[in-house]
Design a protein around this ligand. Structure first.
Ligand code: NAD
Length: 253
């Protein structure tokens, strides 16, 4: 399970395109291969299931997706959904189902732990913000929303992350309304049980002979691999159905 600091990413390069090119890159120490990609490659080479709990680009490059398939290894990611995006993907379906048109969603975060410190560097921040922006449009079904996300390193908060959201929406007859959310979470307390469950669930999937992206685990991630399903209720239902069918097949409960 990758839980290292969020890495910068300069975009897809030729080295990332196929496992052949990636291995050539490895041989010549290509700087386009990040530490996160190297760890992912090592896990796949050892046929060990791999989870990316961070927003860093690691196994989700064409070369390593191909390698996961060739090696028959289960992979999952990316970026644990533990706080703001968790409640965003719970609230957004409500607006969508009630036909309340979201015009703007401003999300800010105050974070004072080491993760927050690393993210105060714009190069490291970029992939985190991209990941936090992902969920809204696929749930709402439209993307003309002024969706903004920022993260501030604010040392006094420590691991107690504070998130603020302002949601502007329009109802019947064009009436304008607004909602405020204030989340006071404990970052590591929210993340650690998910990491334990993920380790058990990818191992279980591997034992069942699955390979490649474990889409049944989308509820755990801000940017789930190989699926556009972001609605937390649908994601959880998919996981329940998966567990149900797996336990039936195993003849147990
Ligand atoms: N609620 C959460 O805690 C949460 C939720 C979603 C995603 N994440 C992601 O999980 C990651 C870790 O978060 P954290 O709060 O534990 O951060 P942290 O700063 O407390 O821990 C990160 C650790 O990774 C180590 N590290 C950095 N580069 C490394 C490398 N190349 N190899 C091995 N270790 C390396 C650092 O030394 C540090 O010990 C971050 O990417 C974060 O965005 C955390």
């Amino acid at each position: 399970v990758n839980i290292a600091s969020t890495e910068p990413f300069a975009g897809l390069m030729p080295t990332h395109q196929s496992i052949g090119q990636f291995e050539e890159g490895l041989a010549k120490d290509d700087p386009a291969i990040s530490a996160g990609m190297l760890y992912a490659y090592a896990a796949l080479a050892a046929k060990v299931p791999y989870v990316n709990f961070t927003p860093s680009t690691t196994v989700d490059i064409p070369a390593l997706m191909e390698f996961a398939d060739v090696q028959g290894v289960v992979i999952a990611g990316k970026d644990g959904k533990t706080g703001q995006t968790l409640y965003k993907t719970v609230l957004a379906p409500m607006f969508q189902l009630r036909n309340l048109r979201v015009s703007g969603w401003y999300s800010t975060n105050l974070l004072g732990n080491d993760d927050g410190y690393v993210l105060s560097d714009p190069a490291h921040l970029q992939q985190k913000v991209a990941s936090k922006l992902e969920a809204l449009a696929p749930i709402l079904g439209y993307d003309d929303v002024d969706h903004q996300v920022d993260i501030h390193y604010y040392a006094p908060r420590g691991d107690a992350k504070e998130a603020w959201d302002v949601i502007d929406f329009v109802g019947w007859l064009g009436a304008k309304m607004s909602m405020r959310v204030n989340w006071l979470g404990q970052d590591s307390i929210l993340a650690a049980p998910l990491v334990v469950d993920l380790a058990r669930l990818v191992w279980f999937a591997q034992q069942r002979g699955e390979r490649g992206p474990a889409t049944q685990l989308s509820a755990f991630f801000k940017t789930p691999l190989n699926t556009r399903e972001h609605n937390f209720f649908e994601q959880t239902r998919n996981l329940m159905m998966y567990c149900d069918s797996a336990s039936r097949r195993n003849g147990g409960d």
